[in-house]
Design a protein around this ligand. Structure first.
Ligand SMILES: NC(=O)c1ccc[n+]([C@@H]2O[C@H](COP(=O)([O-])OP(=O)(O)OC[C@H]3O[C@@H](n4cnc5c(N)ncnc54)[C@H](OP(=O)(O)O)[C@@H]3O)[C@@H](O)[C@H]2O)c1
Length: 247
């Protein structure tokens, strides 16, 4: 018997990286999982195949979360297909790095709309379903870079700091509805997103991490599973999973 047997979960941005690991771990622990993606259908299908391979249950849920209508329609469709929605992991995120003097409005708006907007659109769409059943677990994936200066990432760090603030207010508003809302904030994690960082900078960053390595996506997933399976009395909190890089 898995730790979240019988639960249903939607993981945004689950075709790759951290979201992929979270979706697989939730399915391994017995949840039915919806795998959201924006464009990487083949990658999302690989995740679905892996889950089906160990007998798990999942569906694909394509939507560009920067589009409020698409995001909300996707959440409603998942809840209807599963007949209820217990867990929402707002994980999808992008970077569009640039130093402030050169950052364009497009770079700013795209990151804020996807990372912070997507989190709001999906959460607000999930609330009616979770409220009706007096149960919900919402986990928002922020970042260490929402808490420390992140050179070249003013848009990204603002979106991730916003997620931390959003989590606290959402938790306070929803605490009487049986819904908990928490943040998991990864440090540098070995995914496509971090692979885009120039190798020399990666080496420099690694030198600043007390545990002297990057996180594996599965290590972020473990914190999410903990909150879903064992976090009944935890809300409005943040778990940093960063190898001691920010304490
Ligand atoms: N990697 C790190 O070092 C690190 C550190 C701290 C926090 N984080 C955070 O962790 C989360 C996952 O990061 P990652 O490293 O796993 O990223 P990743 O490997 O680049 O994967 C990003 C995922 O988000 C999805 N996505 C992107 N834009 C989307 C949109 N508009 N609508 C729906 N889905 C969208 C992608 O879908 P497609 O495949 O369809 O594009 C993909 O599944 C992000 O929120 C990121 O900010 C990452």
């Amino acid at each position: 018997m898995g730790r979240v047997e019988g639960r249903t979960a939607l993981v945004t941005g689950a075709s790759r990286g951290i979201g992929r690991a979270i979706a697989i771990e939730l399915a391994r622990e017995g949840a039915k999982v919806a795998i959201n993606f924006a464009s990487s259908e083949a990658k999302a299908q690989e995740v679905a195949d892996e889950i089906a391979g160990f007998g798990g249950t999942c569906i694909l849920a394509k939507a560009n979360l920067a589009d409020p209508k698409e995001a909300r329609a996707m959440v409603a469709k998942v809840a209807e297909e599963f007949t209820h929605l217990d867990v929402l992991v707002n994980n999808a995120g992008i970077t569009r790095d640039s130093m402030l003097p050169r950052m364009t409005d497009e770079q700013w708006l795209e990151v804020i709309q996807t990372n912070l907007g997507g989190c709001f659109f999906c959460t607000s769409a999930a609330i009616p379903f979770m409220t009706a059943q007096s149960y919900g677990r919402i986990i928002n994936i922020s970042s260490m870079n929402g808490q420390v200066p992140a050179i070249g990432q003013a848009n990204y760090s603002a979106s991730k700091g916003g997620i931390i603030a959003f989590t606290r207010t959402a938790a306070a508003e929803l605490v009487h509805s049986g819904i908990t809302v928490n943040t998991v904030s990864p440090g540098y994690t070995d995914t496509d997103m971090f692979a885009a960082v120039p190798p020399q900078l990666q080496t420099k960053i690694k030198g600043q991490i007390p545990m002297a390595r990057f996180a594996h996506p599965e290590e972020i997933a473990k914190a999410v599973i903990f909150l879903v399976a064992d976090g009944d009395y935890i809300t409005g909190q943040q778990i940093n999973v960063n190898g001691g890089a920010h304490m």
